[in-house]
Ligand binder design. Sequence first.
Ligand SMILES: Nc1nc2c(ncn2[C@@H]2O[C@@H]3COP(=O)(O)O[C@H]4[C@@H](O)[C@H](n5cnc6c(=O)[nH]c(N)nc65)O[C@@H]4COP(=O)(O)O[C@H]3[C@H]2O)c(=O)[nH]1
Length: 952
Amino acid sequence: MAAGWLMAMAVGGGLLLGLLLFRALRQRARRRGTGHGRPERFEGVISHRQVRMAIYLVLLAAGGHALLLAWQAESSLERYGAEAEAANLAGRQRMHSQRIGRIVSLLAPPEQDGAPDPAPARAVDPAALAEVLAQAKRDTAALKTLLHAAAMREPAEQALDATVLARWDQARTQLLREAEALLAALRAGTPAARQRIEGLQQAVEPALAAAEQLVATIDATIQARRRSEVIRSRLWAGATAVLLLAMALLVAEPTARAVKAQYLQIAAQTRELERLALVAELTQNAVMITDGRFRMVWVNEAFCQITGYAQGEALGRSLSGLLHCGAEQQPGLVRIQQAIASGSGARSQVLNRRKDGSALWLDIDVQPLREDTDGRSGFVAVAADITERRRAQADLRIAAIAFDSLEAIAITNAEQVILRVNAAFTRITGYSAAEAHGQVVGRLLRSGRHGNDFYEAMWRQLKARRHWQGEVWNRRKDGQVYPEWLSITAVTDDDGAVVNYVAVFTDITQKKLADETIHNLAFYDALTELPNRRLMRDRLDQLQAAGPRQQAAAVLFIDLDNFKELNDSRGHDVGDALLIEVARRLRACVRVHDTVSRQGGDEFVVILCNLHPAPSQAGADAQAVAEKIRAALSLPYQVGSIEWHCTASIGICMLEGGAQPVDEILKRADIAMYEAKRAGRNVTRFYDPATHAAIQERIALEADLRQALAGGQLLLHFQPQVDAQGRPTGAEALLRWRHPARGLVPPGQFIALAEETDLILPIGQWVLEEACSQLRRWSEAPATRELQLAVNVSARQFRQADFVEQVRQTLRESGASPQRLKLELTESLVLVNLEDTLAKMQAIRALGVRFAIDDFGTGQSSLAYLTRLTLDQLKIDQAFVASMLTSHTDAVIVQTVIGMAHSLGLDVIAEGVETAAQVDFLQSSGCHAYQGYLFGKPMPIGQFERHLGCTV
Ligand SMILES: Nc1nc2c(ncn2[C@@H]2O[C@@H]3COP(=O)(O)O[C@H]4[C@@H](O)[C@H](n5cnc6c(=O)[nH]c(N)nc65)O[C@@H]4COP(=O)(O)O[C@H]3[C@H]2O)c(=O)[nH]1
């Protein structure tokens, strides 16, 4: 029994220890849950170790209890057997006593009527008694062993009554002793003594009684033990129940509660996680969860929408690798990297790139994730797409800068009350911001230059299109009215209602002035302020555009006849002054709606409008105006200190109902003017188609002439000059043009054209070079060494600033002797810009070159200039020579020229000498040098040299 209790105590103690350990673990788990940074939601949660321990504890308790019960059952079974054996053995003791009593009764003599029977006892087999004795002894020994074992096992209070046992032992011992004595007597064959039998008989009764009592006692003891066992079993059951209750209360229930709490917590956390997952899924912000090496392990839908990457493309890649924009050093990114390196989180604005490469600004918040139960860590990043916000901020910054731009800005409310103005507004209008705020913009700046219609149209457009722009005249604070370019934009709210107007304007005063200047430059002649060719053409276009409805009109092409001479001789300033005066006179001659324009140079075009409807009358009107102009322009000009006479040639072209193109009209007027020139200048001419053909011819000739020099089509002919004896003294070099189609073209047909087009400059230089080369060649032969060569020099050629240098260089390069070269200048050339002429002539004369005045007598021959010129020779014009024999005047002129030359010490030569009579007259008049067909026509060099050979 003690072992059972010990085992029970051991099991109970173990369970108690287990309970205490379980509680300690729970306490520890709680402390860890709060003490190691575990979040609140894990507080009180038991771990799987604790649950396992609780289960093992319960299993241990149940196992121990089962073992105990098994052990108890086994020991009870054993005890029950011993008790049954003891009861049996006790009963056999009673049986043995009874059998001994019956044997003894057989030995005892029968009783007679109460008198003692003296007869001997009947015979008894000693073996039967011996057997009974032997069995009684064995049973007694077995019973004693059992009782001893039971006495050792059972607690004292459950032991058999010692008195009963002692009485039984005593009675049994007495009985057995008496029986053995009787047995011995029987075996000895001696009749048993009455005393022995009686003694045995007397021992049987007590022994039987003691056995009876023993049996009863054993039965009673067994019963008592049964009862005690029932009580113990009940106690065990109670203890078990208490234990189980304790287990239930201290282990199962807390565990169940904890598990339930944990389940509820997990369920709550699961719901929370589901909500968080839903939030993460539905949020407009990108959510990314990464592992410890920043590789994304989860991204939400917004991430995909914002970045353009599908989830499959993003997962497993690093955040920076995926969205990297290449700007490593941007402060926001550096801040996050530093924070992550230090194990903390950070929030920054970082520039990234979408999948399509476009810029993506993210406001990104990166936070480290704590280690989870598997010991892994990472980061969670929540990012908002702020690209638009950044753009808006940039726009705002730009707008703020733009607001302070050079353009004036005024922002009003819907009622046009000024809310804000910028510095440029103040600069342009003169109103400070304080003065402008609260004012109605229209009232503040209105100049009064625009009528109500203007503003009504403006507001109509503003309402319809929300925008208006145009030129407006406004008034500054100082009252000055100025033009501005105004742009007004209506700002509307979400409902489309106008809430503000933004007016932006610039002061275009300077621009208008510049425009005016540009317009004037583009459409007016800067010198005379007359409309230029472009504006004149515009007006002609407008006239033509009127078509048949147009009134009669005429175009007058005016060219000054001798303007070039003035310009070349007196300089451009003088020429300009003359042109200004011409313009003034032209304006004075026409009506307001007529147009006087300057084409360029000394050419003017006048458009006469609103002439008489009848063509003949219109022509007469045009003629009258043209004559008026011609007369006005013929009046003397006082240009500075110079009085100048200038005439004009005027071509007239009548406009015939818009049938002709503008170019054609101008060309016709030009042709008419050309015709006027040909008619002797200072006349007016109407357009004649025949003249047109001549002009065309001239144009073609000019084109060919431009090719002549380069094409080697020019050549020189040489006309002899002779002395009184007819001996050649030299020659005049005369230019010829061998045209591939026209043949030999005389200079009279192209020299004038060359002068007009300035082609005379290269041509004149070529002539000079050719002449000098010829002189150089002549200088090598004795027969020609002394010959002089006269070269014609045109006015344009002579007026070149470097003409002297050209002559010097040509002489040097050719090697010709300057003394053999004679330059022929016309009288008109010499007269224009006399000072310049004198300077050049002196410089050239200093080289050794000689000068002759060609065509002398045709101009304003005067002694005054002749005396100043460094001349060598006068050449009597062939016109005088041709008529001197028939015209007394020309004869007088010839003689006067000859006399004048002699008196000035100059040589004199007559050209165009064709007859001997002319020679005679000239000779008798004192002229001893001649040039003319009589002595030889202009001829090529070979022919000339042969001619020399004949005559020399
Ligand atoms: N009827 C008639 N005419 C005679 C007679 N003797 C000479 N002539 C012509 O008279 C002109 C004389 O030349 P010019 O008066 O200098 O007049 C020249 C000259 O002013 C100019 N010219 C010729 N060659 C040149 C040149 O190389 N340079 C320049 N600037 N002008 C040149 O062309 C003008 C005409 O030259 P050409 O046609 O060669 O005409 C030459 C010549 O052939 C004659 O007895 N009777």
